[in-house]
Design a protein around this ligand. Sequence first.
Ligand code: NAD
Length: 292
Amino acid sequence: MAMIKKVGVIGSGQMGNGIAHVAALAGFDVALNDLSADRLKSALATINGNLSRQVAKKVITEEVRNQALGRIVPTDSIDGLADCDLVIESAVEKEEVKRKIFHDLCVVLKADAVIASNTSSISITRLAATTDRPERFIGIHFMNPVPLMELVELIRGIATDDSTFEAAKEFVGRLGKQVAVSEDFPAFIVNRILLPMINEAIYTLYEGVGNVEAIDAAMKLGAHHPMGPLELADFIGLDTCLSIMQVLHEGLADSKYRPCPLLVKYVEAGWLGRKTQRGFYDYRGPKPIPTR
Ligand code: NAD
């Protein structure tokens, strides 16, 4: 397997821009792809802001920030990823969207490149099977926020070969992150444990056991969680939370993973958490206000 030098990232949302950020800081050339120039512009502004924050905290120097920014090339066409050694797909958590992306990507991407998905929950084996290179396909699952979280899960599909696994492991090591290896079962390790906890917090709200403030305070002060579960759900994105619960529910066929109807309701309303400024909290004012 050739050395990874250039990394493509598909989807420049909260995860994709974080992956581009850490890859560029680690010295990789990055091609960042999204559907429109406007989305890419706002992703680059976010990366710029996050790098500046690291400069202010003296984590990196101004020179390192400028070098990292210089390594990221935005592209609204998938053709811009053709010469990447590794492409990490981090678009929305919808299987049909990811399938279409992989179909279009395989037409242009060089034959020996590795394809990875940052999916939170979809089967790596099934995604790999939609490509022309299941043996060079792997799950590289980052945690949010990418620049701060130490862990990356690596998930082999049934056909993933050893050289692909080793290349992905080396890549994650060069980002300065730790690897946890997960088997390819719904939602892998972190989300298999975390999302049912968040879903249960939403049931606790739905059944009126506590309000938003009480539930979050209970878990912060009573279990020493750095964020309350509802605050965390808003941070992850309620659409992403719902997709993961649906994958667990369908994939494991166990009613204990039934998505809470209140979570469904918030997603139907388009109240997706921080990214839409409203979820279990309303973020439009100076301070988040609980919405229930
Ligand atoms: P997001 O909604 O912030 O961003 C998704 C981006 O993908 C958007 O910018 C959108 O324009 C873009 N996109 C959609 N279709 C595309 C296409 N066909 N081609 C190129 N770009 C396209 O979502 P996110 O939170 O960044 O999640 C992205 C992926 O990362 C999902 O698979 C999610 O499950 C996974 N993930 C999310 C988290 C989290 O905490 N949010 C954590 C780990 C992994």
